[in-house]
Write a protein that binds this ligand. Structure first.
Ligand code: HEC
Ligand code: HEC
Ligand code: HEC
Ligand code: HEC
Ligand code: HEC
Ligand code: HEC
Ligand code: HEC
Length: 407
């Protein structure tokens, strides 16, 4: 917070830069309709000099001093075995791994790929010790690159990132190929050109700022010193307890000392829906992270950014308290795919008397019609979190009902 006030002067230009980075990063994420909005993004080429340091603005923003207070999730297991056991199964806990450790690495090892954009280039993958390596060969000229990190659990896909340059705030290369879970195939990393220019086809160059942002959303802390630094030696990979609850040392000391103050943020109903959605929105995106013209109901970015959609829903706007991501999702658990569970959440509010019930289908199927699943042209699946009446989910024709609003 401190930093934000003192830098308020440069806010508007920085906020544009932040939005631009957020947009570019949306492309860095394998998920989303990347090819769709590539055209619309053309002018927004990233100039490294245009990147201002991005500040996190949520209430989980920690002062530098807090960075010594991290204990790691193993320290929570003694007293919260339930949350720790659930979290170990979640995708949050598997979203950033050493390249060699990702279960999907096996799809690459010992494989040779002829580059679809340049038939003179081939790529060969191997494990050497604890490293995943790729050898790029072009007309007999070989070059070996280490694929340091696998980003993504593989729900939709995995993208490898190589790091280079200084140990603190390294630059990176987004590897040319990614794994796509649907169809179990290796694809050109979304956002990368198919036709690679000779020499440039090493993958996508990532500035130090982009690498830090990238790891920032896929980790619990980027360094032991400061959130503005990426230091993989002291980084805590994956989205763990302390990413959301903040450093745990003071809490554990308080609990052991029998103190009354719980000294930790976020607990059941503790901070209210806005703060909770903002927490999730730090990574799943918040309205401040995108351009206004992207608020088009059918914009694919909106589909990928659940907090933005949810906040536009009448359900959120008309509920005084208690409607947040955690109304439907246990933040500790892997995503439930039991649709009847979600429908029951809807019916907690939409049941007469008291709530407005659906005339079309009062007892179920709510998600199918009001939060439909959408597959992007790349084959990534998201549910539209802007809960609303979709024109294509027509009322079933019945004799008792009048006209149907079909479009
Ligand atoms: C020595 C035991 C102990 C350890 C270790 C511990 N906690 Fe707790 N924690 C408690 C107790 C006791 C409570 C309060 C009673 C309750 O509601 O469970 C609590 C409550 C919480 C709450 C709810 C806060 C609220 O206001 O409702 C959160 C969140 C939490 N702990 C997170 C953590 C995290 C994260 C860690 C690991 C860094 C951790 N705890 C480690 C004992 C512990
Ligand atoms: C530090 C960044 C970060 C924060 C904060 C965060 N998430 Fe996530 N979340 C991610 C990333 C990254 C993934 C993708 C994980 C993967 O599959 O690699 C993800 C995935 C998910 C998924 C899909 C998981 C699955 O099993 O398929 C859900 C649901 C989710 N997050 C909900 C939440 C909720 C609710 C909150 C707030 C309480 C939240 N997230 C906060 C980064 C974050
Ligand atoms: C602003 C936060 C943020 C940044 C920055 C970010 N991601 Fe993500 N990423 C997410 C969230 C949240 C998800 C899960 C939701 C989704 O799939 O869009 C995700 C999902 C992914 C996935 C799909 C995971 C899966 O298994 O489905 C990949 C791969 C990925 N990101 C790679 C990257 C790479 C590589 C970078 C940086 C070059 C990056 N991301 C930067 C937040 C971020
Ligand atoms: C993605 C963010 C996120 C992560 C990661 C996370 N939590 Fe939580 N946790 C929350 C939120 C948000 C709440 C409040 C939920 C609510 O309002 O219902 C919460 C609630 C809790 C509570 C209070 C539960 C209750 O019912 O009173 C405890 C204890 C807790 N978390 C411990 C942990 C531990 C231990 C870990 C690591 C294994 C962890 N959390 C990881 C977001 C997170
Ligand atoms: C009213 C219930 C509800 C609320 C509130 C809700 N979600 Fe979801 N969410 C769902 C449903 C339903 C799915 C799809 C589950 C499945 O795959 O079967 C889902 C899926 C997801 C996924 C996986 C990708 C996708 O879109 O299918 C992520 C990530 C996610 N939600 C994040 C969030 C975040 C972050 C929030 C808060 C801004 C949130 N959700 C609020 C119902 C909800
Ligand atoms: C916390 C309570 C709550 C939950 C949970 C909830 N809603 Fe709502 N929803 C509302 C309120 C309040 C309104 C405003 C209309 C009203 O007064 O009933 C609303 C409005 C709507 C509308 C009308 C939207 C419009 O644009 O006119 C639809 C459709 C809807 N909800 C569907 C759902 C579905 C489907 C779910 C579950 C996925 C759900 N709601 C979950 C409280 C909730
Ligand atoms: C077959 C698709 C379908 C299903 C299933 C469905 N709805 Fe609807 N819902 C609609 C349509 C279409 C409308 C608009 C009706 C109209 O024009 O009056 C609507 C309207 C609504 C409204 C607005 C009511 C008003 O008077 O403003 C709410 C709230 C709602 N639905 C909630 C739900 C809930 C909760 C469920 C699950 C129990 C559900 N719907 C299941 C299609 C569906």
């Amino acid at each position: 917070m401190r930093n934000l006030t003192s830098r308020a002067a440069g806010r508007s230009s920085r906020s544009r830069a932040i939005k631009r980075i957020a947009t570019i990063i949306a492309i860095a994420c394998a998920a989303g309709a990347v090819f769709w909005y590539r055209d619309f993004l053309k002018p927004a080429r990233l100039e490294p000099s245009a990147i201002a340091p991005v500040k996190r603005t949520s209430n989980s923003e920690a002062d530098s001093a807090d960075y010594v207070g991290y204990l790691g999730s193993a320290a929570c297991a003694e007293c919260h075995p339930g949350e720790v056991a659930l979290a170990s199964q979640s995708k949050h806990s598997k979203t950033l791994m050493r390249g060699s450790r990702s279960p999907l690495t096996r799809f690459f090892v010992d494989r040779t790929i002829r580059d679809p954009g340049d038939p003179e280039v081939s790529w060969r993958y191997r494990l050497r010790g604890d490293d995943l390596e790729v050898e790029r060969e072009e007309k007999g000229k070989k070059r070996v690159m280490r694929l340091d990190y696998a980003v993504g659990s593989g729900r939709n896909g995995v993208t490898f990132v190589s790091l280079s340059g200084p140990a603190i705030n390294p630059e990176g290369i987004k590897h040319r190929f990614s794994y796509m879970t649907k169809d179990h195939k290796i694809i050109i990393t979304p956002g990368e050109p198919i036709r690679a220019d000779r020499g440039a086809g090493r993958g996508g160059a990532l500035s130090a700022d982009i690498v830090r942002e990238c790891f920032g959303c896929h980790s619990s802390r980027t360094s032991a010193k400061d959130r503005d630094l990426l230091d993989t030696a002291t980084m805590l990979p994956n989205v763990d307890c302390e990413r959301c609850h903040g450093p745990g040392a003071a809490h554990v000391a308080a609990m052991r000392g029998g103190l009354e103050s719980i000294a930790i943020r976020f607990g059941a109903g503790k901070e209210g829906p806005h703060a909770e959605i903002k927490l999730c929105g730090e990574c799943h995106r918040f309205p401040s992270g995108v351009f206004a013209d992207q608020f088009n109901p059918d914009h694919p970015l909106l589909l990928q950014f659940q907090p933005i959609g949810l906040k536009r829903s009448e359900c959120y706007k008309n509920t005084k308290s208690g409607f947040a991501c955690t109304t439907c999702h246990d933040p500790h658990s892997r995503l439930s795919i039991d649709i009847s569970l979600y429908d029951s959440k809807c019916m907690n509010c939409h049941r007469s008397p008291g709530g407005k019930a659906c005339e079309v289908s009062p007892r179920g199927g709510c998600v199918n019609c009001h939060m439909p699943e959408r597959t992007t042209p790349d084959g990534f699946v998201f549910h539209d979190h802007w809960i609303r009446i979709h024109p294509e989910t027509e009322k079933p024709t019945t004799k008792s009902k009048g006209s149907i609003h079909a479009e």
